[in-house]
Structure formats: structure tokens, C-alpha cells
Design a protein around this ligand. Structure first.
Ligand code: PLP
Length: 457
């Protein structure tokens, strides 16, 4: 039986009876009922009531090539018929993860040539944490195992992901984090810069917080620093350009590994294949997932630098870690076809030279002046709009994020899906958006802001 045999009301009732959703207040969900998305095409999603909604979030930061790609469905179908599954344990392999690993090594920044597959970004960060600690143990320094992260970082929802991340409400529910992970300030100048401090100076100060944490622990006890090049779920927090080179310098100075979490920024979103390339970072690990398959299959790839890989290989000994679906042949076939599309259609270059700059200009010229908007910012095709009560003083509305939810609800009702996190509206559209799509999104954002202004004042 297919879902078409059910009415919207029935689906909502069944959903409420049996389905626990991620990151959801289940009482609120049961009161409101879920929005059921039934199909999608190109940049649009359609709900069960037939509404057409422009997807400003690319699903959840992942559908970079847009919806309805037959080529990806065909890649999955062909692989499922030929070999739907075999594992990569016990010295076995299947062709598609082999070829995908080669392709990723070619795309990755210099010195990054090995790949460990999983099914989600959270899993890949678990792998990264296990791997860097294993690396230092193999190097004879098992005490060098502290990880430095940032407040408000998001690194996934497993126990390790939550512990690496810096989201307080998540920590509170965890009831015991993975030990020896500390969190320093995030590089977000709009809220944290001191009066008179330039962006450049602020970036250096935010990087210095990492150095301070290294010195406090003693460099001999610090394994790695982990960070999203641009903090995504924490509100598209774009660091000053002075930040990452300084972080790199500090990590090198104290022999601390640099772990990048590119689950959102990987595969074109910043106008390069990886944000490491946008910011000139040479990392030891890069966590990727989401747009690797444009969300058509669950797949993550931890890209591993030569320093860690060569120790792993030279010293030998089993790395007791892996997943049933590490290197899943179907997911990897879809990833290969997805990378073909991104390459063939020049989507990365388009973000860099055309849609990215146009998006930035559109946010600046059409959104920034609105009474409710404190700041707009973007990098490639990821953007944020800060909602404030008072532009001049940057005072926020009462109710901790309530105002952004009002804007979001008006946006969705007017045909644009975007996300509210705290007081921030987030945009992360598919890379197939054109200048026309950006114009349409801006029209809908202005409309949502105008309607929210009436509600909020
Ligand atoms: N890391 C970052 C930066 C993310 O944004 C996410 C998810 O949004 C994750 C890790 C976790 O990925 P997943 O939800 O696939 O486990």
C-alpha cells in the first residue's frame, strides 16, 4: 500500500502515534501536526496539501544538485541490481567505494589522500575522534588526547558528536560527555567583538582562545582542535579572514592536529570543493557527509591526511572501529554520480563566480535595511539574517528565538522554506539556484519580514 491511500489527516495521526522526530518538542508536534512533504522537483518541495515551497535549506544543507535527478536514481537502481551490499571488513572491498575514495582524494586539499566511510556526519566525527586519539597512542603519546572545540559548535548528535559539539542544551541532556573535550569561544564578531575592535583583531583574539586552552592543558596533552570552517547549525557564523590562518599557525606551533568538520561546507557550498580551500587551511582530517550524495543516500566520508594515515599504516595493528555500512556500494555509486553532476554542471565554480556574489549582494541590498534585520552575512551559498528588535542597539526580542520563528512561519506560508536557529534565519539553498531563484527568495523573505514586523511590534 502506498501513502496515496491515506489522507493528510490520517498520515498526521499515524505520525503522531508512532514517529519520534529528531530535535523536536513532541508535545508541540502533537498539538500542531507535522508538515508532510510528499515530493520534490528541482529547487521546489511539495507538501501533501499541494503547496509549492522553494527550498531555501536544500533539505538539511544537503540536496546540492536539487531534487528529481533521474541519474542518481538510476545509479542506485543499477548498483542495487548488481550488488546491493557487501561489507568492507575482513580485507574485502567493493568497486564503488574504491573509486569514490580515489575521486575524493583527487578533490581534497593537498596532503589528504585516504577516506573512511560511514553513513552520517555524526558517525564520521566519531571516527575522527577515535582516529586522532588512536594516532597519538600509536605515536607513543596516549596522554596527548584532549580535544579543543568551540561553544555553539555542532558536530552531530551521537554521544561523541554531542560531546565534540558545544551546544549547551544538548550537553545538559547527555548526562555525561566523552571526557577531555573543552570548548572555547566561537569566532562571531557581531555578538562578541569588543567596542572598537576590528574584524581582523577579533579573528586573532578568537584564535588566541585556542592557544590559551592549549597552554592551560599543556601542549603535550592536546591531541587536536576541531572546527567547522563556517559554523552552520550554530547560525552560519562566518569567521573573520584572520581567524583560520592563525588557528593553523597555532596548531602547528604546538603540534596539535587540525580537524575540520565540513559536513555542511563540503562539496561546493563555499565556492570551492571544500571550505579548507576557501580559507587556505591544511587540515589533518575533514569530516564530510550530506552533499556527498546530495542527500539521495546516507553516506559520510572522513577524509584523512597523510600524517595520520602513514602512522596508521606504518605502525599497523587493528583499528577497532567501523560500521556495517562503511563503504556501502549503493551510497557510493550515488555519490560518484552526484560528483559527476556537480562537475559537469560547473556548480562549484558557479557558486564562486556568479550565484555566491549575487546572493551576497541581494542580501545586502534587499534585506539588510529592513527594520527587523540586525545583520546579513553570507559565504558562497550559505547565508544568515539576524533578527533584532532594535537595529542600533542590537537588542533582541524577548522569548529566545521566538521572533525568528515568526519570520520563518511567514516565509513558509509564502512559499520559502528556511530555518530559524535562535534569533538567526538561515539559508542554505541547493547549488542549482540561479539569479532568478535568488530574486524570488528575496521577494519572499521581504514579505515574511514585513508580516512578522506587524506581528512583533
Ligand atoms: N557536523 C556538522 C557541521 C553538521 O552540520 C552536522 C549535521 O547537520 C553533523 C556534523 C551531523 O551530521 P548527521 O546529521 O549526518 O549525523
Amino acid at each position: 500500500m502506498t501513502y496515496q491511500n491515506y489522507s493528510l489527516k490520517q498520515l498526521q495521526q499515524i505520525d503522531a502515534s508512532h514517529h519520534l522526530h529528531p530535535f523536536t518538542d513532541h508535545r508541540e508536534l502533537r498539538e500542531a501536526g507535522s508538515r508532510i512533504i510528499t515530493r520534490a522537483e528541482g529547487p521546489y518541495i511539495y507538501d501533501s496539501e499541494g503547496h509549492e515551497i522553494l527550498d531555501g535549506m536544500a533539505g538539511l544543507w544537503c540536496v546540492n544538485v536539487g531534487y528529481g535527478r533521474d541519474e542518481l536514481a538510476e545509479a542506485a537502481y543499477k548498483q542495487m541490481k548488481e550488488l546491493p551490499y557487501y561489507n568492507s571488513f575482513f580485507k574485502c572491498s567493493t568497486p564503488t567505494p574504491v573509486l569514490l575514495a580515489k575521486r575524493l582524494a583527487e578533490l581534497a586539499p593537498k596532503g589528504v589522500n585516504q577516506v573512511f566511510f560511514g553513513s552520517s556526519g555524526s558517525e564520521a566525527n566519531d571516527t575522527a575522534l577515535r582516529l586522532v586519539r588512536h594516532y597519538w597512542a600509536l605515536e607513543g603519546k596516549p596522554e596527548k588526547n584532549r580535544i579543543i572545540s568551540r561553544k555553539n559548535a555542532y558536530h552531530g548528535s551521537t554521544v561523541a558528536g554531542t560531546s565534540l559539539g558545544g551546544m549547551e542544551p544538548m550537553h545538559k541532556q547527555l548526562g555525561g560527555a566523552v571526557p577531555n573535550i573543552v570548548h572555547v569561544m566561537m569566532p562571531y564578531s557581531y555578538e562578541l567583538a569588543l567596542p572598537g575592535e576590528s574584524d581582523h583583531e577579533f579573528g586573532l583574539r578568537a584564535a588566541k582562545a585556542i592557544e590559551d586552552a592549549i597552554l592551560e592543558a599543556g601542549p603535550e596533552n592536546v591531541a587536536a582542535f576541531i572546527g567547522e570552517p563556517i559554523m552552520g547549525a550554530g547560525g552560519v557564523k562566518i569567521p573573520p579572514m584572520s581567524y583560520w590562518p592563525e588557528v593553523q599557525r597555532i596548531c602547528r606551533k604546538y603540534d596539535v592536529l587540525l580537524m575540520l568538520d565540513e559536513v555542511i561546507t563540503g562539496y561546493g557550498r563555499t565556492g570551492e570543493w571544500f571550505a579548507a580551500q576557501s580559507f587556505g587551511i591544511e587540515p589533518d582530517t575533514i569530516t564530510t557527509a550530506k552533499a556527498l550524495t546530495s542527500g539521495y543516500q546516507p553516506l559520510s566520508a572522513l577524509l584523512v591526511g597523510d600524517r595520520i594515515a602513514s602512522t596508521l599504516i606504518e605502525k599497523g595493528g587493528e583499528f577497532y572501529h567501523g560500521y556495517t555500512y562503511s563503504g556501502h556500494p549503493v551510497a557510493c555509486a550515488v555519490a560518484l554520480a552526484n560528483l559527476d553532476i556537480i562537475e559537469r554542471e560547473g556548480l562549484v565554480e558557479r557558486v564562486k563566480t556568479d550565484t555566491g556574489p549575487y546572493f551576497a549582494q541581494a542580501l545586502r541590498e534587499r534585506i539588510a535595511d529592513h527594520r527587523l534585520v540586525g545583520e546579513v552575512r553570507s559565504f558562497g551559498l550559505m547565508g544568515a539574517i539576524e533578527i533584532v528588535k532594535d537595529k542600533a542597539t542590537r537588542e533582541r526580542f524577548e522569548g529566545d528565538g521566538r521572533a525568528a520563528v515568526v519570520v520563518r512561519d511567514h516565509a513558509i506560508a509564502n512559499g520559502l522554506m528556511l530555518r530559524a536557529t535562535g534569533d538567526t534565519m538561515i539559508l542554505s539553498p541547493p547549488l542549482i539556484w540561479t539569479r532568478d531563484t535568488i530574486d524570488l527568495a528575496c521577494e519572499r523573505i521581504v514579505k515574511a519580514l514585513d508580516l512578522a514586523e506587524k506581528d512583533l511590534f
